[in-house]
Design a protein around this ligand. Structure first.
Ligand code: HEM
Length: 348
């Protein structure tokens, strides 16, 4: 088990979680187009998951319970011809679409340093906004997979970690869980090195979606986002010596020198792939379709960042016609959980 990630960092997070950041309530938008069509989730599992995340990271009013520290960047997206052949979704038909990107650290503690092991996997949330006001999101992170396949298992995993890092520690629930869930064990053991830049990391959508073309043909795929110019990640020693905000500062500095580009792709499922299980990465030799290029133009001005981040509510379930959840249960579960999370992060 990666004791550095689990023990030093989670213990640090638990301690840091007892300190609260200043509250600044802001009206927040409806989390998801899909969600706004439905009643708010009453599923006790969703609240239990949020309770477990709050138990891990503490309550920092106004901040997300995970991925608390983030930075917003404005840009545009230009779709490829191949995108329009894969899906009829309006943002992928070729015209240039404004995008808002939120790069983030995994930790739910806003003060977590960018080079801390708990800052990885880093997050990338994307919002495409169409001229008619419709919008759609991608919520991805810098790890090809997830510890578990279902929200139920995620709850047991989080509860096991909480017991393991509690004082006195009870390692048995986590040990029992990991014995039955080798991919959770693999997630803990796999190094997650700090990137040199938010713009040089690779991001994965993890949960499969169904892409439908104009003729009604469906294809299943997962998002992947890669930098046009890859750069090696930092060593653990380098990451530990970086300033606390080096990733935020870096993206601002890069964008004052010129635009930064990322490539958006869909990795298509091959026969036999576990569509319903985001904890299993698909082979990197699978067919991929390049959906287009994200051009990052400017970091949002500092004075607008905090309020905008509080108001924004990204969700992997905010989808437009032409893209829908697959039989992977996580898109719909995450959509419902993020809705509740938005309400809870507004509470003082
Ligand atoms: C059952 C599984 C999961 C749960 C319970 C969960 C829970 C959450 C919650 C509660 C938030 C905060 C939402 C808000 O307040 O706006 C969040 C944000 C986020 N999650 Fe998840 N998550 C799960 C799976 C995933 C997966 C698979 C990924 C990566 C593909 C992911 C990536 C992110 C990112 C990047 C954010 C930050 C979004 C932003 O910038 O607003 N999560 N998650």
């Amino acid at each position: 088990m990666n004791r550095l990630w689990l023990h030093r960092s989670m213990a640090g997070v638990l301690l840091a979680g007892t300190l609260s950041a200043p509250a600044a309530f802001a009206a927040t938008e409806n989390p998801s187009t899909a969600a706004s069509k439905h009643a708010m989730s009453q599923d006790p599992l969703h609240d239990a998951l949020l309770d477990a995340l709050y138990a891990t990271f503490g309550h920092h009013p106004g901040f997300r319970v995970t991925h608390a520290k983030g930075v917003l960047v404005r840009g545009t997206f230009t779709a490829s011809h191949a995108a329009a052949a894969l899906t009829r979704a309006a943002h992928l038909q070729g015209s240039v679409v404004p995008v808002l990107l939120r790069f983030s650290n995994f930790s739910g503690v806003p003060a977590t340093a960018d080079g801390d092991p708990m800052a990885s996997p880093h997050g990338l949330a994307l919002r495409f906004t169409l001229p008619d006001g419709a919008s759609t999101d991608i919520v991805a992170h810098s790890f090809n997979g997830f510890p578990v396949a279902t929200p139920e298992d995620f709850l047991r995993f989080l509860q096991g970690i909480a017991a393991n890092v509690a004082v006195p520690s009870d390692p048995l629930p986590l040990q029992a869980f990991l014995a039955d869930h080798p991919r959770a064990q693999q997630f803990l053991e796999t190094p997650k090195p700090a990137p040199r830049s938010y713009a040089s990391a690779e991001y994965f959508g993890v949960n499969a979606l169904v892409f439908s073309d104009r003729q009604g043909t469906d294809r299943v795929g997962r998002y992947r986002i890669e930098p046009l110019l890859a750069e090696p990640a930092l060593s653990d020693e380098q990451a530990a010596s970086m300033p606390a905000d080096y990733l935020q500062d870096d993206i601002g500095a890069r964008l004052t020198q010129g635009a930064v580009k990322l490539r958006l792709l869909v990795q298509l499922a091959a026969p036999g792939d576990a569509i319903e299980d985001g904890s299993i990465p698909w082979s990197r030799s699978h067919q991929e379709i390049e959906l287009g290029i994200l051009t990052l133009d400017a970091r949002m001005p500092a004075e607008e960042q905090a309020l905008a981040q509080k108001r924004l509510a990204f969700s992997p379930g905010r989808l437009l016609d032409g893209i829908k959840p697959s039989r992977d249960p996580m898109i719909q579960a995450r959509d419902a959980i993020y809705q509740r999370a938005v309400l809870r992060r507004q509470q003082p």
